[in-house]
Design a protein around this ligand. Structure first.
Ligand code: P53
Length: 477
């Protein structure tokens, strides 16, 4: 009788979790840190930006105090068996205003301690150079990424951290969700939110060049490292099989594929020529820029939370709750924040990307933002989170079986942290609960949720305990 092949995650699969400096560290002025874009967004990405008054409340000032509590938190990640931890370096700890000649030693020393702590447990650091928090100094003085000079400042920063951490960090990402500037350009490129599309694409061009220059620097300085890009990779389905909707979904998908295309292939895809022409966009792209773009990434990374639908029908209701504002898919349920839950969409997306590029992929964010309730006995029974993650990881394994090469999976917010879009504590993603509410009350105490042991079992079994959607896992009873 023919044996059925067991579907498996690869050996050495990088299981772990993902954080970002501005949503976890707090200590927003400690050790000489300068103010960043995120410090100017007390209500999150959706809430817009405002000048900072020192007594304004911003939950991110302390966040979950990861800056001081990282040894305990990393010990908890190690207890779950993490092989990898994604976080970001706060650019403003290294170059507080962004344009200094000399880096801030105090900031550099902090990340030495942080990476040493990870390595103590054989946890690979996966480090994002910029996660939604460029120095505000660069915004004020230079107009953020609207200015070509910012490329130099970023390159200086990238080279500084590659030199400093070359023996400690072997996995890097350049810009978090580089496509997010199409939805919030202040967050991504430091431009006023009402900027013209011409200016946004220009700033993104400079950012893409800067990303390629960082890739080159990384290849030179740390030849055994791998460096990737990062895109919020939401795929669009046509809402109906009407050809108009099918073409609309092609168009919408290209909005994010554009960033993969440039960073994976090293040049602008031809479809952008028409888009730029139709929107009267003329970009300052030099020959030197085109040369720089040729330095392509080693792997492609993505965040995945939901899928969307595309239609040309103007009467379709938009689902609320996130910046992408997709058209509602009638076959899918939504999270409390209106993000439509679609595990199969992840399998579909991974296949689409692998078919297109034949490059290794890395899922560096995925997870469910939900409100958690503490039971009388102190436990937190987050079966909804277990189910979301189980169902997604099940489809990830299907994609691997389909032939997709996947380096790893870091779930978003393995410990509760401040949400990016709405700056809330109550939108929780963690396996570890943090005692803090939206007003900043709480002891910051950490507590394992039910999902903590579940994820530990997923990792120790290399995914073998995952169950088909709808089937309950014994361990998660
Ligand atoms: P929060 C919007 C849509 C999809 C992903 O988001 C997004 C955003 C912007 O918030 O961002 C990523 O915390 C981002 C993380 C963020 C995470 O998704 O709003 O890279 O910083 O925390 C989840 O629920």
């Amino acid at each position: 009788m023919r044996k059925t092949m067991k579907k498996q995650f690869p050996e050495n699969f990088l299981w772990g979790g993902a954080l970002a400096a501005n949503q976890a560290e707090g200590a927003y002025q400690t050790g000489g840190k300068g103010l960043s874009i995120s410090d100017m967004q007390p209500y999150g990405v959706i809430g817009g930006s405002m000048e900072r008054n020192t007594d304004d409340f911003n939950i991110k000032d302390i966040s979950i105090d990861f800056y001081h509590r990282y040894p305990d938190d990393i010990a908890l990640f190690a207890e779950m068996g993490f092989k990898c931890l994604r976080t970001s370096i706060a650019w403003t700890r290294i170059f507080p205003e962004g344009d200094e000649e000399v880096p801030n030693e105090n900031g550099l020393a902090f990340y030495d301690r942080l990476f040493d702590e990870m390595r103590k447990y054989h946890i690979q650091p996966l480090i994002t150079l910029s996660h939604f928090e460029m120095p505000y100094g660069l915004v004020k003085k230079y107009g953020g990424w609207g200015n070509r000079k910012t490329i130099e400042f970023f390159e200086r920063y990238a080279r500084t951290v590659f030199e400093r951490y070359k023996h400690k960090v072997k996995y890097w990402l350049t810009f978090n969700e580089i496509n997010m500037s199409l939805f919030s350009c202040f967050t991504g490129v430091g431009l006023p939110e009402d900027s013209e599309i011409q200016d946004i694409y220009q700033a993104l061009h400079y950012q893409l060049v800067a990303s390629a220059k960082a890739v080159k620097a990384c290849h030179e300085i740390i030849p055994d490292a791998k460096i990737g890009n990062m895109v919020a990779a939401t795929s669009y389905y046509p809402l109906t099989c009407h050809p108009d909707d099918v073409l609309e979904s092609l168009k919408k998908n290209r909005e994010s594929l554009f960033f993969f295309d440039v960073q994976a292939r090293g040049y602008y895809p031809s479809y952008m020529t028409r888009l730029f022409k139709e929107q009267n966009i003329t970009l300052d792209i030099t020959d030197e820029d085109q040369q720089a773009l040729k330095e392509t990434v080693d792997f492609l990374s993505l965040s995945y939370y939901m899928s969307c639908c595309a239609t040309t029908d103007p009467n379709m209701v938009k689902s609320a709750g996130n910046m992408i504002n997709p058209v509602e898919n009638p076959y899918l349920a939504s999270s409390e924040w209106g993000w439509q839950i679609d595990p199969q969409g992840l399998r579909y997306l991974l296949n689409t990307l692998y078919d297109r590029y034949q490059m290794p992929l890395f899922i560096v964010e995925n997870g469910l933002g939900a409100r958690d309730v503490i039971q009388d006995d102190g436990s937190i029974i987050d079966d909804y989170r277990i189910q979301y993650l189980n169902d997604h990881l099940f489809q990830v394994r299907e994609a691997i079986e389909d032939g997709v090469q996947l380096l790893g999976y870091t779930s978003w917010g393995p410990i509760d942290l401040v949400s990016a879009s709405t700056a809330e504590m109550s939108k929780r993603y963690g396996f570890i609960y943090v005692d803090r509410d939206d007003q900043g009350n709480g002891t910051l105490e950490r507590r394992r949720k039910k999902s903590f042991n579940w994820y530990k079992d997923v990792i120790s079994s290399n995914g073998n305990i995952l169950t088909a959607p709808g089937v309950k896992n014994e361990n998660s009873q």
